[in-house]
Ligand binder design. Structure first.
Ligand SMILES: NC(=O)c1ccc[n+]([C@@H]2O[C@H](COP(=O)([O-])OP(=O)(O)OC[C@H]3O[C@@H](n4cnc5c(N)ncnc54)[C@H](O)[C@@H]3O)[C@@H](O)[C@H]2O)c1
Ligand SMILES: [Zn+2]
Length: 365
């Protein structure tokens, strides 16, 4: 078990990772909060609750009030938020209530957002059940939902009271989801943790075979990286931007393919390939480093073939929410384990990087 501290200007909390955490969740929350509040709400989705609900619930002497969000990005909406808020109001929720978000990134984002606005904000606990949610979305306090106009356009910064990332629940996670989530760990290594890059290179069989010790090592290192970055820059005014490595083109790919064919991590995997190409062309990484990092991405990511054309992807980068004032920001690795943000990427460079990525996606079949 490992405990990692997040210290932002608005909150300080622990992220705990290890095995057997959900079976002792109530006791762990009591340790953080002093005592359990009268009303504890759990936001989850039916498949997750079916697999792991019993294990979590038996740790509570008073059963929590369980609320369900149907799985799928299409339910990450204001309508779902209103439904959950009303359920809480009807069940007598008050400012002293606690919410537990028990699921993947979607449950975490929606549950966290509900907690940020119910009665102007109540405390909440993240219990992430996908690899992506454990290493990325549950840490850092970004919560929110989508609008028909775009992804994650509504939300709030609301830091959790604690995060419990139980490695045991990953046992039932589909292989494709596991590998997609690991793309965020590869990202963590490339931008800020050389040792993690090396560990992932040397232990791919153990990690992909879900050996608990190896998974814990990768998950804890990824969380440590994110915790450190958000502790220094909670609101993404500077350093936190490096977490978007692979995401400028990744988001564009998700958009250009209608959010249907690619998992987020898979889009980020391809986006990192494009960003690495740009970095190699600019010389912020060497040819050997480029080859090493590209190999690492393919080692973990079963990246699907991309059936989309260069102009569509390039066009989709322009609407990126992270762009301010029409400037396309790009995160480029500086060697291995460091990264910086550039704002002067030319259309020709972007086209070349996207062209390379699309060519790789067909060449690898
Ligand atoms: N807030 C942030 O900082 C942040 C960062 C990255 C991503 N996100 C958001 O996270 C979301 C994606 O999260 P995700 O990748 O976890 O997807 P997800 O929440 O859709 O979960 C993926 C699938 O796995 C299932 N599942 C979850 N845990 C399981 C388990 N233990 N065993 C078996 N099945 C399980 C879910 O029911 C779902 O079908 C996106 O909406 C994205 O915008 C947020
Ligand atoms: Zn991401």
């Amino acid at each position: 078990m490992q405990t990692i501290r997040v210290k932002t200007t608005s909150a300080k909390y622990d992220v705990v990772t290890g095995s057997g955490l959900i079976g002792s969740l109530a006791r762990r929350i009591e340790r953080v909060q002093g005592r359990l509040p009268r009303r504890v709400f759990v936001v989850t989705s039916a498949p997750i609750w079916g697999l792991w609900g019993h294990c979590m619930q038996q740790s509570f002497s008073e059963p929590p009030i369980v609320m369900f969000l149907p799985p799928g990005e299409e339910h990450k909406t204001m309508k779902s938020v209103e439904g959950l808020l009303r359920e809480m109001a009807q069940a007598g929720g008050d400012r002293g209530s606690l919410l537990i978000a028990f699921g993947g990134g979607i449950v975490g984002d929606v549950g966290g957002f509900v907690a940020s606005i119910f009665m102007r904000g109540i405390p909440y606990i993240q219990v992430p059940t996908t690899l992506l949610a454990q290493v990325d979305s549950s840490v850092g306090g970004k919560t929110g939902v989508n609008l028909p106009e775009g992804k994650n356009l509504v939300g709030a910064f609301h830091q959790p009271l604690a995060v419990f990332a139980d490695i045991g629940v990953l046992e039932t996670l589909p292989e494709r989801e596991l590998r997609a989530g690991l793309m965020e760990s590869v990202k963590a290594g490339i931008i800020r943790d050389r040792a993690l890059v090396r560990y992932m290179e040397e232990h791919a069989d153990d990690v992909l075979g879900r050996d608990p010790k190896s998974l814990e090592k990768v998950i804890a290192a990824s969380i440590r990286m994110k915790a450190d970055v958000v502790s220094r820059d909670e609101r993404e005014s500077g350093l936190r931007m490096i977490l978007n490595f692979g995401h400028t083109v990744g988001h564009a790919l998700e958009k250009a393919t209608g959010y249907k064919t690619l998992l987020h991590g898979e889009a980020v995997g391809w986006g990192m390939v494009a960003a690495l190409h740009l970095a190699r062309e600019r010389g912020t990484i060497s040819r050997a480093q480029f080859e090493r990092l590209e190999r690492l991405i393919y080692l973990y990511g079963l990246l699907p073939m991309l059936k989309v054309r260069v102009p569509k992807v390039v066009g989709a980068t322009e609407g990126d929410k992270k762009n301010v004032g029409g400037v396309t920001r790009f995160v480029l690795p500086l060697g291995i384990g460091d990264a910086g943000v550039v704002e002067d990427v030319t259309p020709a460079e972007l086209e070349a990087a996207v062209g390379y990525m699309l060519a790789r996606s067909t060449a690898r079949r």
